[in-house]
Write a protein that binds this ligand. Sequence first.
Ligand SMILES: Nc1nc2c(c(=O)[nH]1)N[C@H]1C(S)=C(S)[C@@H](COP(=O)(O)OP(=O)(O)OC[C@H]3O[C@@H](n4cnc5c(=O)[nH]c(N)nc54)[C@H](O)[C@@H]3O)O[C@H]1N2
Ligand SMILES: Nc1nc2c(c(=O)[nH]1)N[C@H]1C(S)=C(S)[C@@H](COP(=O)(O)OP(=O)(O)OC[C@H]3O[C@@H](n4cnc5c(=O)[nH]c(N)nc54)[C@H](O)[C@@H]3O)O[C@H]1N2
Ligand SMILES: [Mo]
Length: 749
Amino acid sequence: MAQRHGRRTFITSSHWGAMEVDVDGDRLTAARPFARDPNPSKIAHILPDAVHHSSRVARPAIRRAWLDRRDRSGRGEGDYVDLPWDEALDIAAQEIDRVCTTHGNDAIFGGSYGWASAGRFHHAQSQVHRFLNAIGGYVKSFGSYSTGCAQSIMPHVFGIPFLKYTYDSQDSWQTILDHTETLVMFGGINPKNSQVSMGGITEHETEDWFDRFAAKGMQRINIGPQRSDAPEGCAWMPCRPGSDTALMLALAFVLEEEGRTDHAFLAQYTTGFERFRPYLMGEVDGQPKSPEWAVALCGVAAAEIRTLARRMSTTRTLITVAWSLQRGEHGEQPYWMSAVLAAMLGQIGLPGGGVGYGYGAIGTIGKSMRGPRGATLPQGDNAIKTVIPVARISDMLLHPGEDYDFNGKREPYPDIRLVYWAGGNPFHHHQDLNRLHQAWQQPETIIVNEPWWTATAQRADIVFPATTPYEREDIGRSDLDEYLYHMPQLIPPVGDARDDYAIFVGLAERLGATETFTEGRSAQGWLEHLYGELETSAQGLGLELPSFDALKDQNWVKLPVAQKEAPPSFLNRFRADPVGRPLATPSGKIEIFSETIDSFGYADCPGHPVWLPPSEWPGAATAAAPLHLVSPQPGDKLHSQFESALADQAGARPEQLILHPDDAVPRGIETGMLVKVFNARGVCRARAMISEDITPGVVALPTGAWYGKPGALIDPNGNPNVLTKDVGTSRLGQGCSAHTALVEVTKID
Ligand SMILES: Nc1nc2c(c(=O)[nH]1)N[C@H]1C(S)=C(S)[C@@H](COP(=O)(O)OP(=O)(O)OC[C@H]3O[C@@H](n4cnc5c(=O)[nH]c(N)nc54)[C@H](O)[C@@H]3O)O[C@H]1N2
Ligand SMILES: Nc1nc2c(c(=O)[nH]1)N[C@H]1C(S)=C(S)[C@@H](COP(=O)(O)OP(=O)(O)OC[C@H]3O[C@@H](n4cnc5c(=O)[nH]c(N)nc54)[C@H](O)[C@@H]3O)O[C@H]1N2
Ligand SMILES: [Mo]
């Protein structure tokens, strides 16, 4: 235990910021945000209740039907047998060995998507991936629920991995403040979402930057279904979900019609405008993509579209696009089209102009500092090369051996016999949970490491109780943050919980992979090793870090990596020298038409951006499902984490559903009433909250509630994923389509 004499309050890091935590004996007693944070998240306060909640997994548990007769039916129905660690590890190791020997390692799915906890060493995904690599490999997943679709489409357009574009090429808040005159935010820039950043964020700044933008007189326009998606004071252009591409096309149409397109830029820096223009102007399909055409789709008046297009072409304009826009069917299109629109404006590569993605989605996007990198647990090599798009898990489990398309490739889904999950909660995060529940019956064995009895743990055959970050020692560090933390062990493990590392050491020992997995290091040895890496990386930047022992004493340190003007990004360099510094696309230029994508022959993602209506959106509303459901991230928490403690608070569950008075009044719904939200895929409860700040015809229910018991006719807590649609964004991106869903809402008497 790292408790130093007389010290009962410690600082620790988390995905939502640093926290000051009071400890009394073996209990956390209070937690509050670190005083250095100017705009802290409120998530901290629930920490002691959550860590000591009765929903913690106390001991290794094996589902009785599976233990007795390897019966896969009944997952989710409870009835677990607690076992001592040694016995449970023996059983799990034998089962892993059986599957590897009988079916090969490509019968193990270890994608294990999820956010887990902050802390460099005890990062659950790194641990599970390293372990599975040490025993011969596993089927992994590509991309994320956050940006899976963007990660597939955007490299075709800019020739760079999407996240590299985000972090290495987008303007910093400072550059935006200095240069941008018009900020056009598709899907907003939401400070609620900026609360979190993977690995940690100490000083939350998004709202302060917006205050400065306002003081400078920058025009800030939030385009989307909810006013609250952007800070107060921004103009709001209500727009139907799923319709942004139509609006972007109409803006492009006005530029072209009024002679505002920067053709010199297009000629020098892009390829394929001549293939796109006939579509835009309606020469190929008889339908000009005019504002008058778009109004029926997006709901924005034609005159407003024209005014905005003119403003964008006469001022330094930064187009920003929220990640949510690509989390829906045909999510490739608004992403690609936003780049085409920015190219037509000719400002890509100019400070404060062009297009940027995901500002506000997480708090560190827009920060320009780059601290020392490293302290990442190496995952080893995966001998199995099979990879599925992350959000296609139900398809994979339901259709083994069947071919599917993904970004130009056609491959069969693997035949999965064993699933190992650590650090994620698919029964919170995946779409169409009733379908996932069916798919989840297919594998022979499911093993989960979890601190809490989440909906996913409740559907596993073997559950290993994992510690939380407060029960182990770690290093807290993100290269997008100025701070470095020693995360002390605050309390002993709750119940019989073990660190993920210790769990995997136990399995590796039984499977003859100890040396490969541990490299002879204890957890303490790894911390010192990883810290050494960080020191080396810091030296490369001319920074002196405290010794690890000194950091332990200090608890945290602010590194002198002050925000500075970012070095020129690849787009600035490309603009300065398009011949000498070409993009890594086939043409060396920004691709408005992509021969590569065209060659795939996908009707749902052709060779240039097009308007493709989603299968479910306001334009396809039916009498049975007349309302469009958006399911944003929760403002008061991180996904489903700490849900059991939050749900205990009076009135906290079911989750709140926001709906417009025009939709509430005819249904006799008032604020505070319990409502039923449903469609053909599922039913959940929610508590109504009536607001003028949402577009009529749209309702919003945040993610994060734990999915209830299977077989229940109605999910009591309000998890929107009983309602969402489980289809890929297209054959190209195969991202998740969470924002594509129609529902009906009625009051519950
Ligand atoms: N409808 C809809 N659905 C969505 C989205 C949406 O917009 N709409 N968004 C999607 C997105 S972008 C995301 S990122 C996902 C998020 O989905 P997830 O990342 O799956 O959500 P979390 O609740 O963060 O899950 C992390 C889990 O790890 C556990 N955990 C924490 N620390 C540890 C640890 O040290 N060890 C172990 N073993 N476990 C640990 C937590 O208890 C928790 O159960 O949801 C997706 N789902
Ligand atoms: N507090 C908190 N912050 C978080 C998280 C959390 O769990 N809690 N999760 C983090 C994670 S993992 C991620 S990936 C990011 C996600 O960041 P985002 O993807 O930006 O966030 P969302 O909350 O999913 O969506 C933002 C808004 O987009 C709007 N929207 C939905 N569909 C459309 C559309 O078709 N068009 C337009 N114009 N708008 C649309 C909705 O009104 C929604 O409120 O957030 C991160 N931030
Ligand atoms: Mo995400």
